[in-house]
Structures are given as C-alpha cells and as structure tokens.
Design a binder for this molecule. Sequence first.
Ligand code: SF4
Length: 387
Amino acid sequence: MPPSDSDRFLASRRSELLPIAPSSSPGEGAPDDWRWQVRRAARTTDALAAALCLTPSEVAGARRAEQAGLPISVTPYYLSLASRDDDACPIRRQCIPDIAESVVADGDLLDPLGEVPNEVAPHLVQRYPDRVLLIATDRCSVYCRFCTRSRIVGSGGGGTSLEALAPAFEYLRAHPEIRDVIVSGGDPLTMSTERIERLIAAIRAIPSIETIRIGTRVPVTLPMRITDELLAALRPHHPIWIMTHFNHPKEVTPESIAACTRLADAGFPVMNQSVLLAGINDDADVLETLFRKLIRMRVRPYYLLQADPVQGTSHLRTSIARGISIMGKLQGRLTGIALPKYICDTPGGKGKVPLQPNYIVSTDGAKTTMRTFRGELVDYIDPPKAD
Ligand code: SF4
C-alpha cells in the first residue's frame, strides 16, 4: 500500500514541511494547515502503532482508551516530536495512553477541582468571586493523559452553541462583580475562527467584563492554528490573554516559537502553565531549560501546577515535597520573570494555594531571620512602630 499523507508527513523532516510562518490563508491540503492536522490526528491504537513502537502497556492503554475514559487524539505535528522507540520520551508520555490509567489511587477524583458543584449556569463554573470559567467545547487537538477535565473532554458534544451559552451570559450580566472570563474546554482554539470570534464578541459585549483569557494548548500541539485570520478576528476584542501549556523543552520548536511570536506581535500576552509531571519534567534542570526557552519567545512562565489528582493519573503525578525542592533549586538560578509560582489547586475546588520552600528560619520581635538561595542566614529588622 502506498504511504498516506500522514505517513509521508511523519517520515519527512518537519522543517521541510512546516514553514516557520504559515501563510494567512493556507489551503486545507497541506501539513502546515491546522485543519489538515486535526483531520489526520491519530485516534486509534493502530494509528499510534503505525507511528511508534508501542510497548505492551501502551497498546493495552490505547485499546482501553478506545473503549472508555479519555479518548485518543494526537496531531501529526505533535506525534512527530515523539521518540519512535523510547517509551520514556516526555512527549510520548503526555499523549500516549498507558494501562496505568486503569489504576484508581487513594485520593483520585473524577472532578478534582469541584467544577460540577460550582457550576452556576450551564457551561459556567465559578470558584472565585471575580472570575469564571466558561467551557466552550469538549474538543482538543491532542488529549493530554493528565487532563484535569478528562471527565468531559472528547465526549462528543463539540463546540457549545451561543444559544446554549445564553444562561451563562445572563448570569455574567447579573453579576457585574465578575470581571474576568477564562474561556476553556477542551481547547477553544480547535473551534472555527468564526465560532470563536462570535463567542469572544459576545463576552466582550458584557460591560463589566474587563479581561478575557483563552486557555489553549494549540501553541504546543497545533501551532499552525495561530493564523493571521485568527489573530485578525480576535484582535478587536483585546485585552485577551492567552494561557498556554508547555511542559517540556522538546515542545519548543520553530513552529511553536513562530506561533507564540505571532501572538505576542499581535498584542496577546502569552502566559504558560506547566503541570509538574513525574518522569517528564519533575527535574530542576529540565524546568530551567524550559523556562529559559519560554522567556526568549516572550512567553511568561506563570504557574508550575502540582498535578491535580485526576482519576487514573497517579503514574504521572509527583509529590509536593519534590515540587518544593525543585522550586528551591530554581530560586536564584532564574530571573524573576522566568520563575513561575508553584501552585496546588486544592482538591474539591477550594482554590489555589501557592507553595514554596520556607525561607523564614525564625522571627524574634522586629527581627526576621531568612535563608537565602545560597544558604546564608540574613536578618531583616522591621522599622520602628511597624505592625
Ligand atoms: S488540551 Fe487541555 S483540556 Fe485538552 S486534553 Fe490537554 S489539558 Fe485537557
């Protein structure tokens, strides 16, 4: 059988096929077009096995994922970043199912952030007084095996219509204390440009909304989605912040750099939320490399997230003690703009808690003794009459 387009894409050098700056209106028939990538995403065990030498554990996990739980989807682009033979590859472990997903560990939850009990209108979740999460679609270009929202993503509904979101908009109009809407999913930028533009315009029409954030992994998994057409459609609705999700330096490629550069040049601040993942990035050297690469492409490392206890992901999670130790090593190695906050989004939807090493050794009246990143003890004396 002659090789398919996807086979040819995988077998070819990406740099030859993926120009760094995609044209503004590419046809749908080439690997540098996002629709081509979505249509040819690997969604079955056989498709993954055609591209990678799967282990028995991966084959069993993929067969299980075809039947139940979080489905499979990996774009040819993201698959091309994965090692064909090394099952410890950090790309592969993020997107290829493993039979360990069938394990239910102590503390695992289907809805770790308590989004279901905090739904204030259909598709609208409120856990803080001033901000909400709007679930715009259940689709993603790649289904990440650690996904917090694995209970709903890929469930088949697709994009949520504006009609279905009418009660959510009504709620926002009735609650002017809400100033910030995070449009998430699924991945909103897997929707058509027209659809995402209409949604963003509808949110922007609510006078009390100051900030719109779009949570998207397409700069990482489908960077050719950041087209001139998309940027032109969204720009009139600024300020819009892009919240993306690089987890490993291997994800920083000419294509992802181009996507983030185009976003930054069009006035979209790009913030990154890495998830701390066992054997993938739970290492100070790996994260230092990633964060340095991100600031070079004008992406701000914003959060390092302790992985949520999503059911079936215990093999991908690491301990809070390890995360704090990593943050201790990075403090002093990295400039402040490259150093994210380390956050645990507490189970049950109780809110985010920042975590860090304890730098305060003792307090004695006005004197606070601290340990610096070099391990030196230094006293700070409060001013007279301070509280
Ligand atoms: S892109 Fe986001 S919503 Fe989609 S599977 Fe990955 S983590 Fe989950």
